[in-house]
Design a protein around this ligand. Structure first.
Ligand SMILES: [Zn+2]
Length: 155
């Protein structure tokens, strides 16, 4: 009998940016709530220093194939009077909020009450994982790979 580690199975199909690999158990816990097999990749990105952005994450669907890519911002700007004063990695809490929101779109594409209910259900599961792992403080910033050269998304 061959048994697969569930994380291993999905990691082959789903490409994840190194800085977001820690999200894998969070994605897996939603597998009975939405079709996570549609996800081709989860990518982190940073907004260029000279640009600002209102959104924090996106889900992009290829209509013909129904395959999706999820983009999550992993680096924030803090600007004062138009001058960027710092750029730092996002908080765990922000990233999990965004992930739950985008995963809920796999089942409910529009921002309907059903979508937000599913997002809430996913967040409750995320909270259980955090508790199990003893992570009580989500106001911690994610760790970014040291040598990563950030590809900035032009807008
Ligand atoms: Zn949305």
């Amino acid at each position: 009998m061959v048994s697969f580690h569930p994380n291993l199975c999905y990691s082959q199909a789903m490409k994840m940016s190194p800085e977001l690999l820690w999200l894998r158990p969070f994605v897996m816990c939603a597998k009975d709530l939405c079709n996570i097999k549609r996800i081709d990749g989860i990518r982190g990105y940073a907004v260029p220093l000279d640009k600002s952005e209102q959104g924090d994450a996106q889900i992009i669907e290829t209509i013909a194939t129904k395959r999706v890519v999820i983009l999550i911002r992993v680096m924030n700007h803090r600007a004062k009077n138009g001058i960027v004063v710092s750029r730092s990695p996002s908080y765990i809490s922000e990233i999990l909020d965004h992930l739950a929101h985008e995963l809920a779109h796999l089942k409910h594409w529009e921002h309907t009450p059903k979508h937000y209910k599913l997002q809430t259900t996913i967040m409750r599961r995320f909270a259980s994982i955090l508790e199990e792992q003893g992570i009580t403080d989500t106001w911690k910033r994610i760790k970014l790979p040291q040598s990563k050269k950030w590809k900035c998304r032009a807008r």
